[in-house]
Design a protein around this ligand. Structure first.
Ligand code: F6R
Ligand code: ZN
Length: 187
């Protein structure tokens, strides 16, 4: 006789929607991020309750060696000309890396080293992003649909937002040029 088979959590690759999983949900709204976008007047003119992104994480065991799995749904939009983005962080335990997988929508993953060198990777359905240790990371939605990405990271990694209170070295804006949809500017 076969042993009982457990039905694991499911994720719909095309949307990032979880099923059969206990979830922890966190919503980040515009009001949660004062002095974050470059155009403060534009930020003040927006609905503070506007959702910027939702993160759904599977409620799973933590501890040394344990992994967390979560999906970020970053909505489409701009504050002034600057695209919606996640807060961005280093891991508190800087040696801990992470992997992101693009599920739907189009955008960028901004990566920044401890010495402040920034680079961008294109996020799209099927893209795989290996975030090395000692590297801060932020998602940016440059499209007009929700950008959803699945992340796997060590439960012990923790999040250090304070180290980036002064912002990342790059910001991404809608472009005036017809040939490109976005342009990166040094902060
Ligand atoms: C976990 C991770 C993601 C982010 C999520 C929201 O280490 O990188 O799950 O936590 O994309 O971004 P933050 O945490 O920067 O608000
Ligand atoms: Zn992370």
């Amino acid at each position: 006789m076969n042993p009982d088979v457990i039905l694991p959590p499911q994720v719909a690759w095309a949307s990032g929607v979880f099923a059969n999983a206990p979830l922890i949900r966190k919503t980040t709204r515009l009001a949660d991020l004062p002095d974050f976008f470059s155009d403060n007047n534009a930020w003040r003119g927006c609905d503070p309750q506007q959702r910027l992104y939702d993160v759904e994480t599977i409620d799973s065991p933590s501890g040394e060696g344990a992994l967390y799995v979560g999906v970020t749904h970053l909505y489409a939009g701009k504050i002034g000309d600057e695209f919606f983005m996640t807060r961005g962080h280093f891991h508190q335990r800087r040696e801990q890396g992470e992997v992101y997988f693009g599920l739907c929508g189009r955008g960028l993953l901004l990566l920044q080293t401890a010495s402040g060198e920034a680079r961008l990777e294109r996020v799209k359905p099927g893209s795989v992003h290996i975030i090395p240790s000692f590297t801060a990371h932020r998602l940016i939605n440059t499209g007009d649909e929700t950008l959803s990405a699945l992340a796997v990271w060590p439960s012990v990694a923790g999040h250090d937002y304070a180290a980036l209170a002064g912002g990342f070295a790059l910001r991404v804006f809608a472009s005036d040029h017809h040939l490109q949809e976005w342009e990166a500017r040094n902060d």
